[in-house]
Every structure is written in structure tokens, then in C-alpha cells.
Design a protein around this ligand. Sequence first.
Ligand SMILES: *Cc1c(COP(=O)(O)O)cnc(C)c1O
Length: 413
Amino acid sequence: MKISFSPPYIDEDVIKEVDDSLRSGWITTGPKVKALEEETEKLLRCPACSAVNSWMSGAILSLRWLGLKSDDEVIVPAYTYCATALAVIEAGAKPVMVDIGEDMTIDTEKILQAINPHTKAIIPVDIGGIPCNYLRIKEIINSQEILKLYTPNSDNQDKLGRIMILSDSAHSIGAKINSQSVANYVDICVLSFHAVKNITSAEGGMICLNLPTPFDNKELKKWFRVMSLNGQTKDAFTKNQLASWRYDVLGGGMKCNMPDVNAAIALAQIRKYDYLLKERKRIFNRYNSCLQKFKWTKLPFETIENGEDSHKENIESSYHLYPLRILDINEQQRDDMIMKLAETEIATNVHYIPMPSLTVFKNMGFDISNYPIANKVFKQEITLPLYPQLTDEQVDFVLENLIRVHDEVVAQK
Ligand SMILES: *Cc1c(COP(=O)(O)O)cnc(C)c1O
């Protein structure tokens, strides 16, 4: 039984929506993108969402909007995909990495220690679809002690008057805290619609704006649209209307708009969000109910359910990943388990190689020994396949083989 890791959800409705775009005579940014933005605004109950071609470009544009200088710092967790820190570098500032807690989300007390007058933003990562402890992060950035350190050096930093929270919500579309989406807890929430994510447009991203007054999120949405099109004041669709050729270019933009043909894929999926979430939850719970009886497992986000971590009340995951930890093995044995699972055609993955272990960040002076929890979690982690198309039978097949290869690998030692 061949089980892939995270194939996209492509049903007849997706194909119909793409077909509609292809036959409409308009395939780049236009009505499908507008519809996808509106569906995302509805799902997240967010005042203004602006589509782009990836999480990465959404994060870069957002940080450029904030106006970072070369000695400005942005705090990120060490345990995430490289894009989280690379976006900061691309926006012209310095990433500052901090360790995670046992629940795999950013350690909020480490954030507190890392803040200094250069700190202009924090990018918490909702890993696997679990929202970070935004209540605590907001408390930190709004405390008198931290507000006193804040030293704005751009107009928007000045207007905001405090450190900005930009969530890396690449995994957490639809995840909730107290029945509200992550977008409601942060200034800017950036989603990814990359092919492996819960909702996908093959490649894509969404900037979800929830900035406080005096900012006008609906006006800002227009700014983001312009800046995702080379700073050009009219998108190609509008310019294509009869006698609507004249435009201006304001400058400072990127070319990172989302095409309609891509938006069509995500549009058909997001309309079924509740169904897709229910199916993900089914698989997640099936893994949990089998694996909880073994002493060698640490279930994903177990500390959350056991209340060991303070932010766990009323959290709803988007069930993006199943990052299992295996407590009685070393890194080599973990790799062996993955290899043995691959021999039975079961694809698994590791989330994540901590950023300080990657060459690009090592060359910048980051050292994994400063991130002990991230390093420990990495060595014990195997992510199991999790997507709506998986049948119960397939899930049981993964479980059977996981237990078998674990016992084999442990016995060999
Ligand atoms: C996928 C992912 C990204 C990057 O998303 P793109 O849309 O490919 O740019 C960023 N952060 C995390 C945590 C991710 O998993």
C-alpha cells in the first residue's frame, strides 16, 4: 500500500473551478483572486486579506511595509522552515532566533529575554497548525518595560508605537483561540497556499491585515495589491477594461501577485474548509488513540492537552501536521525508522531541521547548541502522513508499520 506524504486535495470541484478560469479568457490576477480573498476574510473574520504568490513574498512585503533598517531585529523561533528567517533578511533586517518550548511553539519567555531597542517585530510560527501563545506575546509587547525600549525609526513603526506581531500562519488557516482565528490576535497574519498546505493554490500566500487604529486595513489592502504588482496603480485586469489604459507606478514594489488560475484551486478547497478540517481531525485522532498507549511516544502537542503549557485553553488546531516524537531513540535510529517506512512505501517527513543547523544560518554565526529544545525535538521527530484523502485502513497500515519499525530499530541496539 503506497502512502504519499501530503498530496494536494484535487476533486471535481477544483477541476471545474480551474476549468472555468482557463475558459474565461482571463488567467492572471482577477475575479478568482478577489473571490479567494473574500472567502479568506470570511473564514478568518479578518477585515482585509490580500493574495500574493507565496508566504515568503507576503512576509517580505509586510516587513517592508513596516520599514526595517539594517540594524533592526525581528525575533523568530529556531524551529521552523527557513523562509521565516529568510524573509527578515530579504526585508533588510536581522533575524534573532530563540528556542521553542516542549509544545514546539516559540518560548515566550525567550522572546522577553531577546527584546532590545532594535526589536521591531516578532514572527511566531503556528507549527503544525497549533496557534502560539499570542495572549502572552501581546502582554509582553504591551508591557511598560518593553514599550519603554521601543525605538521606532520609520513612519509606520512610529504610528504602530510598539513591536509588531506578524504570525507565520503557513500551517494554521482556520486554527482558533477562544473561537477566533489567529488573524484576530496579531497585526498581520500571513498564510501559505503552497502545495502541501491545508488549502493550496499550488503556490500562493495571503496577507491578512488586522492592524489597530489609526491604520485602515481596507486602505492598506489596496497598498499591498499595488506593491505586489511592481507598485503599479492598476492591475492587469482593470487595465484590460476598455479605455482603462492609463496608470502610474509608485515604486518600491515587487512582482508577486497571485494568478487567477492558481486562486481557482484554493477557492474550490476553501469553500469546503469545514469538511476538510473534519477529515484531518479524524486522522489525527485515530493516530492519537492508537499511539497514546505506548510509553515511547510523545503525542503532538500533548503538553497542550495536559495543561503543562499555560496557553492551551480553548485552542483549536488546523491539524496540518502530525509531528510525533519518539522518546527512546537517537537521531540515527530515527533516520533508520524513516528509511524502513520508506521501504514499505510509506512517506514520512521531519519538521524541522532547526534553522541554526542549516549552512546559511551557520555562516551567519548561529549555533545549534544555543537551542537545546529545538535540537532535542528535531532528533526525536517523525511527521506522519495527514490529509483528508487518507482512509482509516491506510492510517492503520501506517500505525502497524510504525510500531513494527520502532520495535525493530530499538531491538537492534
Ligand atoms: C511552507 C512554509 C512557509 C513558506 O511558504 P511558501 O508559501 O512556500 O513561501 C513558511 N513558513 C512555514 C512554517 C512553512 O511551513
